[in-house]
Design a protein around this ligand. Structure first.
Ligand code: 13P
Ligand code: SF4
Length: 318
């Protein structure tokens, strides 16, 4: 006889995974998760991806409910692309330092000062910033998006100065850069990176373009989270020093089980500052509660949604 699943005093069942599965079916919900989520969240998700892959998955979803395990701007993007679905986020406080660094009224002032410039905004921004941008990009397609403008078109790139600077240098295409940074990728420990490389001859340094330029200069490969995953799987090298949020190591270990994966620590090696505190706000308990109570729900003013959809559609059409 199976033992009954007695709930804890706060109403969270002991068999959380079973309860999430059950609610998912009842609600006709799909769970989308970013690679930076905790392994247990990635394992329960229906789809795992980087920002671009998740935007496409949200756009194409036919489920009634999208439970978005990522951060606020990602859930917002899902709502912009698929407004008839109920979009839930386990923790509404899961923000992003890049999105916070670029308030829409300040970007509007920069635009007004440079009326001949077109604005490319990295998807890590608010819906209000998207609404005043000409096109959106992610770390997977930033080069393609920049190349879609004529060579003589002046450009503003917001809000990530590191991604913008990396693309500008690679493409020899100067752009006005908004001075935002990712609080995780700007703090990697470069001294430790060099030590690790010396300790592991033949290892490859792989980095996300949100990292600081001095680190990117030393990297063997630079790419979005999905590009880094692909590189680890297909590279002939056996050891990788990884300069991005360590949540990605879960899928890397699954897809390349024989490889040695070394997450690069932050400047203060005693803290977990290479982990995104926003991404890590989401938990299985919060996912269960979101599906049970159908909240927190992400809602959006329709005029704002329509304005933000335009630059997103332009990106997805590329
Ligand atoms: P990608 O998912 O595009 O690699 O971006 C990483 C990131 O920082 C998401 O917030
Ligand atoms: Fe934002 Fe950086 Fe966290 Fe990504 S890792 S959500 S860019 S703070």
């Amino acid at each position: 006889m199976s033992t009954p699943d007695l709930s804890t005093p706060d109403g969270i069942p002991h068999d959380l995974l079973g309860a999430i599965e059950r609610l998912k079916k009842e609600r006709n919900a799909v769970i989308l998760a970013h690679y930076y989520q905790e392994p247990d969240i990635q394992d329960v998700a229906d789809f795992i991806g980087d920002s671009l892959q998740l935007a496409r998955a949200a756009q194409g979803s036919t489920a009634d409910v999208i439970l978005f395990c990522g951060v606020h701007f990602m859930a917002e993007t899902a709502k912009i692309l698929n407004p008839t679905r109920t979009v839930l986020i386990p923790d509404m406080q899961a923000g992003c330092s890049l999105a916070d660094a670029c308030p829409a009224p300040m970007l509007a002032r920069m635009k007004a000062k440079h009326p001949d410039h077109k604005v490319i905004s990295y998807i890590n921004c608010s819906a209000a910033v998207k609404a005043i941008s000409d096109v959106i990009c992610t770390s997977s397609n930033a080069e393609k998006v920049v190349a879609s403008f004529p060579a003589d078109q002046p450009l503003i790139f917001a809000p990530d100065r590191n991604l913008g600077g990396y693309i500008a240098k690679k493409m020899n295409r100067p752009m006005l850069l908004w001075p935002g940074t990712c609080m995780v990728h700007e703090t990697f420990n470069e001294r430790r990176m060099i030590e690790l490389q010396l300790q592991h001859p033949g290892s490859k340094i792989i980095a996300h373009p949100e990292c600081e330029p001095s680190l990117l200069e030393k990297a063997d490969f630079i790419g979005s989270t999905s590009a880094l995953l692909d590189y680890v799987e297909h590279s002939p090298a056996s050891t990788f020093i990884i300069a991005t949020e360590p949540g990605i190591l879960h899928q890397m270990a699954k897809q390349a089980p024989t490889k040695t994966l070394i997450p690069l620590p932050g400047i203060d090696e005693t803290c977990a500052c290479n982990e995104c505190p926003h991404m890590k706000r989401n938990t299985l308990e919060k996912m269960y509660l979101a599906l049970r109570d159908m909240k927190p729900e992400l809602t959006m003013d329709e005029d704002l949604r329509v304005a933000a959809l335009k630059p997103l559609t332009r990106m997805l059409a590329l």
